[in-house]
Design a protein around this ligand. Sequence first.
Ligand code: SF4
Ligand code: SF4
Length: 65
Amino acid sequence: MSKVKINANRCKECGLCVVNCPKKAIKFSEEINNSGYKPVEINDELCIACGICYVTCPDGVYEIA
Ligand code: SF4
Ligand code: SF4
């Protein structure tokens, strides 16, 4: 069970959440999403569910469960 839910197709690969995650739990996928970007993926073993990615992302990628 993931700690944060993502809508990968909304990600525009801006990197804001990646640099703001305090646990460095976010990286870019090798897959390409529907918009032509490599979307974020979360390392659940590192994630502490702090919510910073949710408030940082300008494109609504993250959802609170
Ligand atoms: S919830 Fe916090 S720790 Fe988890 S990926 Fe988002 S910013 Fe990183
Ligand atoms: S802040 Fe949002 S759009 Fe930018 S890389 Fe992170 S998930 Fe993707």
